[in-house]
Design a protein around this ligand. Structure first.
Ligand code: HEM
Length: 435
């Protein structure tokens, strides 16, 4: 019963209101409930951006404008939001009273929902071990892992490339980094799959229950894993984070779990979508694959362009800390602004012919897919390496790969990617460069 009330406060009300809002074309309602928006977010973003840099919806404000999103991500007048943070007071009260106290990516002490000084303390701890040098050495591991996964595919005719490759590569790499035993990976993927809609609002009761089940399972597994590493530290980065925390700023067990849980989940829930989106886009554009085969130095730029056009994280949000003027619109204290990162990535004021897939686009790297400012993605360098190595290695091994059936999109709004992508692999090319 308690859970049902919680669902009602956090999602049920918004869900019902969205159905009404759809009739009047409210942009937030369309974002939550309109299947066409999910099918073609680029067209939706254009339509909304034409209405102005900041749009007032019934319950929130929104921007699809690159310069506004860029500015707000860096502004001290805005802070990150938390689960239920902008609900009307009575619903917020219910959500607080029914909070089961589980770790959630949008609940403090998650990095994504705290601000300085806590944010600075947690972030320092991760960056102290997740250094550019450490990430550079991980590149080799990404390459070895991709090669091993592709070896297993040889001889298969048609495979679901998301299941067999795009999801396996990130979880293996981040699992190595965080000292996760090989045999635990399928369980983590399963919890991740169940918990992925946790960033969305307006979930159905069934989705909400499934998310909770995933989060409970993940929480249980994580506390055991951290306990294990504390007793038997390895040379993995997670053991180093635990050590740094014990010796330095001393995080309590909730803080440490939230930090480890976010790095782990963010490490595989997003990159799987970059790989799936990239494979799909490139299979649809054989001319780009030919160019990349002839000029492999274009791969890093191609990955930026994939991130720009099919942002694995479509949106974020910020709350105003005080009354403030944003591009001519008054935003009141405590009002929430949805930052549509994917829409900003197609802003014609920044990107010429923004809907065109151009692997040689000069300024593709100006996308906001990794956010910006204090909360800029901590794993961006690793994600870029996984995207580049993962996609290049796949297409070098299987240059004749073709789509082989109906692809199915993930049932999520904030995260965008494929849950299934059947691919006919064709003949494998002998490899000598990917080791
Ligand atoms: C293509 C892959 C990825 C994308 C698109 C992505 C995107 C993002 C975005 C948009 C944010 C900030 C959200 C906001 O400002 O509200 C973020 C934060 C974060 N990401 Fe990623 N991410 C990716 C991969 C990774 C990986 C591989 C890791 C870990 C190794 C990671 C760890 C984190 C962490 C810890 C934060 C929180 C940073 C903070 O709040 O200070 N991400 N990511």
């Amino acid at each position: 019963m308690r859970q049902r009330i919680r669902w009602f406060a956090l999602h049920g009300v918004v869900r019902s209101l969205s159905k009404f809002g759809l009739r009047s074309g409210d942009p937030q309602a369309r974002l939550i409930a309109d299947p066409e928006v999910r099918e073609n977010p680029g067209a939706f973003a254009d339509e909304q951006r034409d209405r102005g840099p900041v749009i007032r919806c019934r319950a929130v404000l929104m921007t699809f404008d690159h310069s506004v999103a860029h500015e707000l991500l860096r502004s001290d007048d805005f802070r990150v939001t938390e689960l239920g943070g902008n609900l009307p007071k009575p619903l917020r009260w219910i959500s607080k009273k029914t909070d089961p106290g589980l770790l959630h990516p949008l609940r403090p002490p998650s990095l994504l929902s705290v601000e300085p000084p806590d944010h600075t303390k947690y972030r320092k701890l991760v960056s102290s071990v997740f250094t550019p040098r450490a990430v550079a050495t991980l590149r080799e591991r990404v390459e070895q892992t991709a090669t091993a996964l592709l070896d297993e595919l040889e001889g298969a005719a048609v495979v679901d490339i998301v299941e067999r490759y795009c999801s396996q590569l990130p979880v293996t790499v981040i699992g190595d980094i965080l000292g996760v035993p090989d045999e635990d990976r399928p369980r983590i993927l399963h919890f991740g799959e169940m918990g992925a809609p946790s960033l969305d609002i307006g979930l159905s009761w069934q989705q909400f229950q499934q998310v909770n089940e995933g989060i409970v399972g993940f929480n249980g597994w994580l506390s055991e894993h951290l306990e294990q590493l504390r007793r038997n530290p390895g040379d993995d980065l997670m053991s180093q984070i635990i050590k740094a925390s014990d010796e330095g700023p001393r995080l309590n067990s909730d803080e440490l779990e939230a930090l480890a849980g976010l790095v782990l989940a963010a490490g595989f829930e997003t990159t799987v979508n970059l790989l799936g989106n990239g494979i799909r886009m490139l299979l649809d554009a054989p001319e780009h694959l030919e160019t990349l085969a002839a000029r492999p130095e274009l791969w890093p730029g191609a990955v930026e362009e994939i991130l720009r056009l099919e942002s694995p994280v479509q949106m974020s949000a910020r709350i105003a800390c005080k009354d403030v003027d944003v591009a001519g619109t008054r935003v009141g204290k405590d009002e929430l602004v949805v930052l549509h990162l994917a829409g900003a990535n197609r802003d014609p004021k920044v990107f010429t012919d923004p809907h065109r897939f151009d692997i040689d686009r000069e300024n593709a790297g100006k996308h906001l897919s990794f956010s910006g400012g204090r909360h800029f993605c901590l794993g961006a360098a690793l994600a870029r390496a996984e995207g580049e190595v993962g996609l290049r290695t796949f297409f070098e091994r299987f240059p004749d790969a073709r789509l082989a059936g109906r692809a199915v999109r993930r049932d999520t709004r904030v995260l965008r990617g494929w849950s299934s992508l059947p691919v006919r692999l064709g003949t494998a090319r002998a490899m000598n460069s990917a080791t």
